[in-house]
Design a binder for this molecule. Structure first.
Ligand code: DLL
Length: 431
């Protein structure tokens, strides 16, 4: 099956986006009790919303709205038209349910197929999908995309690392889709099986996402696992994976603006920021039928760049996700983003990319401790060298975070590994 044409001149793309926005507003006003009331309460007539700029009039939709309207109070179609439900796990209360019509599933497959295509995946490739299959959207989302592109797909799902490696070897996997933390783990696990992953497997492309990662992690993945590592972004509420993807220029993730309208806002005031300014990404889904969302607050922090890309695609790009407004740790009143810590640790000589951030309290004072594994090739039995490494990392953290953090260096392979999204923060403070 060939993909629908998506390489449009920018003006055509913007016209399509505008037309679809108009249709979306009519769709939700007529089909969703929730949005009908939301718009009416805000004194907005549907025909007033014509352009991206008009969106500013509409109140934001938040995760709380989805929770309050659990399970299906946010849908915009008759329930008989739904064909699929996914859910994202919440740490508290009800999960967030996302509902799809057949049209949504088709469009979602198309987006993921585009994502793979712009990373250079072709129909001859063998794609091993090691994201979880099930309620999590990662597995099925990429699976449908890979099938749509006509590749061979191995629906490996998560876990059973030995079997993952065996499948890669025996079936000649050329594209691996999994979280970047699992990718790093696979390098180690392969070594234990007597394999040098980069040499003995033939992974051309890595499709890494679902959690934040850094340029240095990219380098490690490209040195140890895949020829070329690409960042893919998505979120259950916006379908799942395939909302934005890096092209071969690897300078930001193209966001499919014929499906989504992105605004960047100041998370504190809600004010819409200019292109190039850092803030929270707010997304309006303009083609979703089952459960479209208007101005959904993703909590993800990034920068929008609408400059032309050297790859020729006219879709604007977002920068790598820089953090989440709700992931941000407040330690002694100072905002700390785990991504800042990751950047330092993954760039440092002598430690591995496996770490854990622990926040606790000493009396009333917050304390920040970062545990990191020493790398296996940092062979020393000299305490002085270890202490020097520890001091160096502590100084770098202090310089970047503006607060004191202690480093604890631990033995290789002692921190927990994850098959899906890595859990790296342990907050032990009493609320
Ligand atoms: O993680 C969907 C997905 C699956 C994306 C597979 C990519 C690949 P959720 O479980 O709803 O959906 O989590 C969404 O994960 O708001 C971000 O905070 C984070 N996230 C997703 N992709 C990236 C990425 C899937 N490339 C949340 N970089 C989002 C950084 C990411 N964070």
């Amino acid at each position: 099956m060939s993909l629908k044409p998506y390489r449009l001149p920018r003006d055509e793309l913007m016209k399509l986006q505008k037309d679809r926005l108009g249709a979306l507003i009519a769709h939700v006003y007529g089909g969703s009790q929730f949005y009908h009331k939301r718009l009416r309460d805000a004194g907005i007539r549907p025909e007033e919303i014509r352009t991206k700029d008009d969106l500013k009039k509409i109140p934001f939709t938040t995760k709380m709205d989805l929770r309050d309207n659990y399970p299906l109070g946010m849908i915009s179609v008759d329930i008989s038209r739904l064909v699929r439900m996914h859910a994202s796990s919440g740490t508290t209360g009800n999960p967030t349910i996302v509902a799809y019509t057949q049209g949504d599933i088709d469009a979602w497959a198309e987006m993921n197929a585009r994502c793979l295509e712009i990373a250079g995946v072709i129909s001859n490739d063998v794609v091993q999908v090691a994201y979880g299959y099930g309620l999590f959207t990662g597995g099925l989302g990429l699976h449908y995309g890979a099938e749509r592109l006509g590749t061979k797909v191995i629906p490996a799902s998560t876990g059973n690392t030995k079997r993952q490696l065996k499948l890669m070897k025996d079936l000649g996997t050329t594209v691996l889709a999994c979280t970047p933390s699992y990718g790093l783990f696979l390098i180690e696990a392969a070594r234990e099986e007597g394999l040098e992953a980069k040499k003995d497997l033939h992974l051309r492309v890595g499709v890494f996402g679902a959690e934040p990662w850094s340029e240095i992690t990219r380098r490690r993945l490209e040195e140890g696992l895949v020829e070329s590592a690409y960042d893919i972004y998505g979120m259950s509420e916006l379908n799942g994976p395939g909302v934005a993807m890096e092209c071969r220029s690897k300078n930001g993730l193209h966001i499919w603006e014929d499906q989504y309208i992105v605004e960047i806002i100041d998370p504190n005031t809600g004010e819409v920021l200019e292109s190039g300014e850092k803030g929270e990404m707010v997304v309006t889904t303009i083609t979703k039928e089952g459960m479209p969302l208007l101005r959904y607050r993703t909590r993800d922090i990034t920068i929008l760049d609408d400059a032309a890309c050297e790859c020729g695609l006219t879709y604007a790009r977002i920068k790598r996700i820089l953090g989440r407004t709700d992931d941000m740790l407040k330690v002694r009143g100072i905002c700390v983003f785990p991504s800042q810590i990751e950047e330092i640790l993954t760039g440092a000589e002598g430690v591995s990319p496996h770490y854990q951030i622990v926040v606790d309290q000493e009396g009333v004072m917050d304390r920040l401790l970062v545990r990191v594994e020493i790398s296996e090739d940092f062979k020393t039995d000299k305490l002085t060298e270890l202490v020097a490494l520890q001091r160096r990392l502590e100084e770098e953290l202090k310089e970047t975070l503006s607060i004191n953090a202690s480093i604890e260096i631990v033995e290789p392979k002692t921190l927990p590994r994850s098959e899906g999204k890595a859990q790296r923060i342990v907050d032990m403070r009493k609320v």
